[in-house]
Design a protein around this ligand. Structure first.
Ligand SMILES: NC(=O)c1ccc[n+]([C@@H]2O[C@H](COP(=O)([O-])OP(=O)(O)OC[C@H]3O[C@@H](n4cnc5c(N)ncnc54)[C@H](OP(=O)(O)O)[C@@H]3O)[C@@H](O)[C@H]2O)c1
Length: 243
C-alpha cells in the first residue's frame, strides 16, 4: 500500500522541507511548481504555474493517472505554494498584480481542493487537505493586502470544506496551519523591501538578527508529527507558535 502526498511548491522553502520530511517517512511525493529541482530522487516533479487556472486540472490529472485507489492507504494534498505579491499600499498596485496573488494563494488551492475531493471520491484511503496559511490571515499588515486577504480566505476555505465533508462517510479531513516565521526566500524578500513600501520591515529584520526564524526542516518535522499524531482534522486552524 502507498502513502501519497501531493504538494504545491515542493521546489523550495517550506514546501521542499515538507516534501523531504514526508518522503523520509515513507510517502511517495508529487510536487507541483513552476521550477524543478535538478537533483532529487525523492520528489516526482510537475511543472505548472498556479496563476494559470487552466493548467491546474491537467497537471492533477497527470498525477492521478499514476495512482491506484486500491493501492493507496493515505492521500494528502498540501496547498503550500504561496506568494507575498507586490509589497506596497493598495493604491500603488495595479489589477494584474492584485489578481496574480489572489490566484496563486487562494483560487489555486480552491481549484486543487475541488479536484482532489472529486478525484478521491469513493476511495477507501485516509484523505486530507493541509492548507499552509499564515498569521497574516488574522493580523492585517499594511502593504500586504492581497497576502492577508488570500490567507484569511484560505482559512475560510478550510472551514467550508470541513462543513461539507464532516458528515460524508470517509470524507476529506482538512486543516489550516500557520507555520510561524520560516527562513525562506519569502522572508528574504520581506527584509529587502524598503521602509517606504513596508512600514513593518524592521520587525522582520529584527526577527532575523535575533535568530528567531524557524528552519523549513524544523517546521516540516513539526507538521509531519502533528499529522502522524492525528491532530490534523476538524477544520482546525493551527498556529505552530502556539502549540
Ligand atoms: N516563510 C514564512 O515566514 C511564512 C510564514 C507564514 C506562512 N508562510 C507560507 O508558507 C508557504 C511556503 O512559503 P515559503 O516561505 O516556503 O516561500 P518560498 O520560499 O517563496 O516558496 C514558495 C513556493 O511556492 C511556489 N510557487 C510560488 N508561486 C507559484 C506559482 N505561480 N505557481 C506554482 N508554484 C508557485 C514556489 O515554487 P516555484 O518558484 O518553483 O514555482 C515555491 O516552491 C506559503 O504559502 C507562505 O505563504 C510562510
Amino acid at each position: 500500500m502507498e502513502k501519497i502526498v501531493i504538494i504545491t511548491g515542493g521546489s523550495k522553502g517550506l514546501g521542499l522541507g515538507l516534501a523531504n520530511e514526508y518522503h523520509k517517512n515513507g510517502y511517495r511525493v508529487f510536487s507541483i511548481a513552476r521550477t524543478k529541482l535538478k537533483k532529487t530522487y525523492s520528489i516526482e516533479q510537475f511543472t505548472c504555474d498556479l496563476s494559470a487556472p487552466e493548467t491546474i486540472e491537467s497537471t492533477l490529472l497527470e498525477i492521478f493517472k499514476q495512482l491506484n485507489a486500491e493501492q493507496t492507504e493515505i492521500i494528502t494534498l498540501i496547498n503550500n505554494a504561496g506568494d507575498l505579491g507586490e509589497i506596497n499600499s493598495l493604491d500603488q498596485l495595479n489589477a494584474t498584480a492584485i489578481s496574480y496573488t489572489i490566484q496563486v494563494n487562494l483560487a489555486a488551492p480552491l481549484v486543487l481542493s475541488s479536484l482532489f475531493i472529486k478525484f478521491t471520491k469513493g476511495w477507501a484511503a485516509k484523505k486530507k487537505i493541509i492548507n499552509i496559511s499564515s498569521g497574516a490571515a488574522v493580523n492585517p499588515y499594511g502593504s500586504w493586502a492581497m497576502y492577508c486577504a488570500s490567507k484569511a480566505g484560505l482559512d475560510m476555505v478550510t472551514k467550508v470544506i470541513y462543513k461539507e465533508q464532516k458528515s460524508i462517510k470517509n470524507g476529506v479531513k482538512v486543516v489550516s496551519i500557520y507555520p510561524g516565521i520560516v527562513d525562506t526566500n519569502m522572508q528574504t524578500k520581506i527584509r529587502n523591501t524598503s521602509k517606504d513600501q513596508f512600514k513593518s520591515v524592521n520587525r522582520f529584520i529584527n526577527f532575523f538578527e535575533k535568530g528567531e526564524l524557524f528552519t523549513p526542516e524544523k517546521v516540516a518535522e513539526i507538521i509531519y508529527n502533528l499529522d502522524r499524531s492525528g491532530a490534523l482534522k476538524k477544520g482546525k486552524i493551527i498556529d505552530i507558535r502556539k502549540l
